[in-house]
Write a protein that binds this ligand. Structure first.
Ligand SMILES: NC(=O)c1ccc[n+]([C@@H]2O[C@H](COP(=O)([O-])OP(=O)(O)OC[C@H]3O[C@@H](n4cnc5c(N)ncnc54)[C@H](O)[C@@H]3O)[C@@H](O)[C@H]2O)c1
Length: 451
């Protein structure tokens, strides 16, 4: 099946300002849009149309946007044709990077208002729109891009409500455009190597995984620039896991979620809130308006997810405690276990016996070909140890060669949904909540994980 052009909707159809994405496309959660809801409507296994040059527009040229841009500009066959940021200086800085990289033409620049991105997605010189804006903009921008006939590559989490997860699925299916969540951690060196071990059956039948986003962001959350301008606000409103996808994406891949298994239900529990308040009180002046804020997000949120095949996943979120960074990245099966931070493995029958061994024993045979080929430049560019470059390189490769993308809209929805589901479960006293089946039954069919 090839990309169809029937997604080129007119500007008249475009989302109106201020309307929630779900309401604007007039959908009930879970409603199939096109046809009879048969598997042919899914965006599963749908390859990109091949092209020599990939024309990219970027919305959001902040910290993350610039890092993505630097990677994209280092990849053959990429033209960055348009940039957009609310703040003119941010957009200008991006345009300067494009010029310095020696791209043949200067990008079109859109700035100065929070709706000016609508002009970027309406252009006809774009194949894919990268979105690296604050969380509340991800869904309107991705929907806007797809409804204008472009693929969307959206930062994490793709969506923060269940309705918006469904909206991304429904709009991707209707427009026949991909919505890919830029889950860079799926491309980490260890993650791809361990995925190969899992695929080769080295860990046996998988039973349990553990993952997390544990990252001390206290200073950043309370700062007056960059993410400090927006990322603290969910802490005032929600108690649950605000950032589930970095840990969950790789574990979902090990377990072939949406490709033979699926997340079925979830229970979640939060600790008390203490860390951000205490840090704020110790570091900010009494006159700072942030001293009036009341944070609701418990310092440590722990969710347990049960899968349809009976596996379990422990998923944690803590961005306010003084402890080293960790995504845990642990996977266990009937023949072995891998755990990260630091990376260690035990496989039944190994010479080391019942003790952790180094992953290096498996490097030669199981290293990802992407890292073998592109590891040097990835490490040199450095974004998160190189995994950002590998992710961007691979997405561009899929677009140029007309391949099926590694991650699709069902992954974006399934990995983002534990955010709002954890909030719901915590609110209900840690009651189990069902995880929607965003594939509407297609998860039962096995298909390749990550290409
Ligand atoms: N995958 C990763 O490893 C990773 C790392 C950092 C951030 N992120 C994600 O990237 C996204 C951006 O984070 P960041 O650190 O760059 O934040 P940031 O605050 O540094 O940058 C956001 C940019 O978006 C711009 N912006 C805001 N509203 C806009 C609008 N309506 N139209 C156009 N531009 C707008 C801002 O002016 C700013 O330049 C977030 O979703 C975050 O979760 C992902």
């Amino acid at each position: 099946m090839h990309e169809s052009d029937d997604g080129n909707l007119s500007r008249r159809d475009f989302l109106g300002a201020g309307v929630t994405a779900a309401a604007a496309v007039n959908l009930l959660p879970g409603t199939a849009l096109a046809g009879d809801g048969s598997k042919a409507d899914r965006m599963i296994g749908v390859p990109f149309a091949s092209r020599d040059v990939v024309r990219i527009g970027l919305i959001g040229v902040g910290g993350r946007g610039r890092s993505l841009l630097r990677d994209l500009l280092a990849i053959d066959g990429v033209r960055v044709t348009a940039l957009c940021d609310l703040v003119p200086a941010h957009a200008a800085r991006g345009a300067e990077m494009v010029k310095e990289a020696g791209q043949p033409t200067a990008p079109a620049v859109f700035d100065g208002s929070d709706r000016v991105w609508e002009r970027l997605v309406a252009r006809d010189d774009l194949d894919i729109v990268y979105i690296a804006t604050p969380w509340n903009w991800h869904v309107p921008m991705a929907v806007g891009a797809m409804r204008q006939g472009k693929h969307a590559a959206v930062e994490v989490p793709a969506a923060t409500t269940l309705d918006d997860c469904w909206t991304l699925v429904n709009v991707s299916e209707k427009t026949r455009r991909h919505c890919i969540m830029l889950e860079n951690c799926c491309y980490g060196y260890n993650e791809l190597l361990v995925l190969n071990l899992v695929k080769a059956g080295k860990l046996g039948r998988l039973t349990h995984g553990e993952c997390a986003y544990i990252h001390d962001l206290r200073e950043l959350l309370l700062s007056d620039e960059g993410e400090g301008l927006w990322r603290r606000y969910p802490h005032l409103q929600l108690d649950g896991n605000l950032y589930p996808t970095h840990g969950l994406g790789p574990v979902a891949n090990y377990m072939a979620i949406n490709r033979g298994d699926r997340f079925d239900y979830l229970v979640s529990m939060s600790s008390l809130e203490a860390g951000l308040t205490e840090y704020r009180d110790e570091h900010l002046a009494l006159s700072d308006p942030k001293r009036q804020e009341r944070y609701r997000t418990g310092d440590m949120n722990t969710s347990l997810i049960k899968t349809a095949l009976g596996r379990t996943v422990m998923l944690q979120h803590d961005v306010v405690s003084p402890r080293p960074y960790s995504r845990i990245n642990m996977i266990s099966g009937t023949r072995g276990t891998f755990a990260d931070y630091p990376a260690r493995i035990m496989i039944e029958g190994q010479p080391e016996g019942d003790a952790w061994a180094g992953l290096d024993n498996y490097q030669a045979a199981f290293e990802s070909p992407l890292w073998k080929r592109m590891g040097e430049i990835a490490r040199k560019l450095g974004g998160h140890g190189g995994m950002d470059f590998i992710m961007n390189y691979r997405l561009v490769q899929c677009l140029r060669e007309g391949l099926v993308p590694d991650m699709d809209v069902y992954d974006a929805a399934a990995w983002s949904a534990p955010g709002p589901l954890s909030v719901l479960s915590v609110r209900q006293g840690s009651k189990p909540v069902d995880v929607p089946d965003f594939t509407r039954g297609a998860w039962r069919t096995a298909r390749p994980v990550m290409g």
